[in-house]
Design a protein around this ligand. Sequence first.
Ligand code: FMN
Length: 205
Amino acid sequence: MRRLDPARSVSDEDIRRVLEAATKAPSGGNRQPVRWIVVTDPELRSQLGEVYQRCAAKLMEGDEDSPLTRSSWYLIEHFGEAPVLIVACTEGENRRPASVLPAVQNLMLAARGLGLGTTLTTSHLEDEVAVKRILGIPENVETYCIIPMGYPLGRWGEAPRKPVEEVAYRDRWNNPASFVYKSRKTPGKWAAFVYKRVQNPSSGY
Ligand SMILES: Cc1cc2nc3c(=O)[nH]c(=O)nc-3n(C[C@H](O)[C@H](O)[C@H](O)COP(=O)(O)O)c2cc1C
């Protein structure tokens, strides 16, 4: 969700809740390498917005007009207005994205459960040095993504994705996977169940 309401701030309680969901993610050897910088200061957000705009606009150059590019351009123009920008980092030798991205996904799912929109963005990596300068991030720290977060503006439907049958094989590469449903539980209901649990962890996993 790239269209976020700049006028509606996110409570510290909700920011902490999404970060807590992130901390529950798996990581190699349970080393839990991710460090999060939660940027709410308007001046810093605006500076990050300028870096993002420069980097992402360069990456988008020449892309054809489509709903996705229109939404991406919207974010390019409004990145710094997102109420919260969350930067995922690791320090030192912990440089395995596979130990970072599950936590990022947890954070994004928890946010959605709270009615908060997010986007995983990496365009700033075109000029990571500038981001580090703005946030006082030392050289031995790597940034992976910046996640704008806030309340959505406008329509917020289900993301367009390929059907499972198109992306899953059974037993062998390219062998179609067909699934027999024994219950009436749909995948949609399962997703809703997970969101509910993330939103209300005390109800038990
Ligand atoms: C590794 C990665 C990097 C991404 N970087 C950006 C980005 O810099 N800017 C952006 O607007 N979206 C970025 N995205 C989001 C994807 O563009 C988005 O998930 C995809 O277009 C589908 O859009 P939807 O999730 O809104 O349906 C990134 C996603 C991933 C997984």
